[in-house]
Design a protein around this ligand. Sequence first.
Ligand code: ADP
Ligand code: MG
Length: 695
Amino acid sequence: MNKISELFGSRVFNDAVMREKLPKDTYKALRSHIDKGTPLSLETANVIASAMKDWALEHGATHFTHWFQPMTGITAEKHDSFISPTEGGGIVMNFSGKELIKGEPDASSFPSGGIRATFEARGYTNWDPSSCAFIKENTLCIPTAFCSYGGEALDKKTPLLRSMEAIETQALRILKLLGNKSSQRVLTTVGPEQEYFLISKELYEKRKDLIYCGRTLLGAKPPKRQELEDHYFGAIKPKVNEFMEELDEELWKLGVLANTEHNEVAPAQHELAPIFSSSNVAADHNQLTMEMMKKIAGKHGLVCLLHEKPFAGINGSGKHINWSLATDTGENLLKPGKNPIQNIQFLLFLSAVIKAVDEHQDLLRISVASPSNDHRLGGNEAPPAIISIFLGDDLQEVLDAITEGKCEVPVRNRRMGIGVQILPDFKKDTTDRNRTSPFAFTGSRFEFRMPGSTTSVACPTYMINTIVADSLMEIADRLEASSDIKADAVSLVKDIYTQHKRIVFNGNNYSEEWVREAEKRGLLNLKSAVEAFPHFTDKKNLDLFEKHHIFNEIEVTARQEILYEEYCKLINIEALTMLDMIHKDILPSVSAYVKDLSDVVLSKQSISENIPCEMEKNLIHSLSSACDILYAKAAALDQCLLEVNALEKIRDAADYFCGKVLPAMNELRAIADELETITAAKYWPMPTYGSLLFT
Ligand code: ADP
Ligand code: MG
């Protein structure tokens, strides 16, 4: 099988397979369940399960699993085989509707933020038929949502599904009010661009920090970094090419629309972007993509690093979430069309986003907050921690004109740089040129650039869905009470823009002036994850989540708790790893070097007192005093860890990790890196940045 069209989706129980394998009425019932949410009877589920099993067996599967996304950041699966014993001592292959619909994994050790007390440790997985089942290795994977006994969400998919419903409800109200009656459904569409690093497995295995933490905790700058920008879009190395080819093939089999692959700015950094799909499917597929990247890298003697900042001093990795709204009739609700100022439907949806982002900067910030992403946000390569929207000159002009009561803007014939008019409707040159904005309008969608490379697509997406649903609700409420919808819609757009235009910024987000300007505008600047977390449970946010049935208070509090716990655990592991590397590897290695240097001095002097030894002596001196400082700073970090572990409240611990432990680690690193630069290569106990990035 080598034709891509045959390969594509060959391991997915997709619509075509369903149509072929299911009896007609069963297929219809399932379609209507997926498209319209009509209930599915157990008998129908039995028929579906049996067809799924037969199909899976045909493709070599022996097991099935409820595949879900707990709060750990990776997916979870527990495999059961299809076999069931018969009386005669044989077996039959079985898979029932009940097994398809509901699972009860022994999941007591997944993070629950205190929701599941031990006496009710049960969690349930529920089939999500809107994301297709697929076969991974020998296992039929059934995408599921994961809830507690009491129905509280314990995973990342549940809030996403809830938020998709919330925004759909409100978007449909607006469409109806505007007389757009052909659309029955509104879906949020997402195309996540995934950045990652590929490095040699052999070198990776020699670095404890990469093994335990996924990032380097130490490492002096190599002579060359990314200043020449010769890696960006550069020719792909053969080994990497082989990796990308296999990755594409495996992803295509799983129905993932892997599309563009290219080198990124930093050496050894690459990106994969799929063609966008419904946000729920995009979230599942991105999870699969990350899993496959790691697995396939291993086969090629490589390791895929998904950490937000594996190397200091060069770009980190993000996951740009391209987001829009589409109807079942294929209309993109964020497409400005030929004349956006006349396109009131577009303007209303655009205004809803502007209002949402301004009112809920904190939630967007929280959706991307993690200790690893803290290394990236605010660096000179990633968006700052301040949320703002880039609209581009054309749209800004449209909104400014509306605010001034005009209903026309001069149609300027903007052209792409090469002088050819490529884009028929809205010209690209004013929408896609700002790469520094955290939330940029890029012609027919928004691109949220803050999420880190490991973040689940689900989190930022459910936040965007929810906050935009809320703006749409307010807009729909206002329009419903109106007697002249057209006129009131225009004045609504005007009001919203006037009220929220402080969030629009088309300039350079990396500049110092913007930080000052943003402060003047009263925008939030939540510099670290621990500054962001407390806002999760602000009253405004609790109300918002309740109102749209995303979370109740218990669920939000639990999620916040999990964020804090994860924050503390991660930094604790990093600090311990660092101490281990200093004590077990670096100090002994440098001592060995000092000893050899001293032997040189002694042997030189045994020949004659007159042989110069200044270099050796100076070096011995520098190395020894750096080692002393390193030893003292390691002791200081150790002391910090003792103190933080004595703290009872998780919030106090998180603040301490942020305010004391991280700075202590930075100080330690500075000395270690200095030592590295003066230690002879053969003594340094781990691969350097140079070898990790350029070989
Ligand atoms: P760029 O590098 O310019 O940001 P890419 O081609 O790398 O562009 O990625 C763009 C991403 O946006 C792709 O995943 C693409 O499928 C996605 N995308 C395009 N249109 C939409 C849309 N309407 N909704 C969601 N995502 C979209
Ligand atoms: Mg992009």
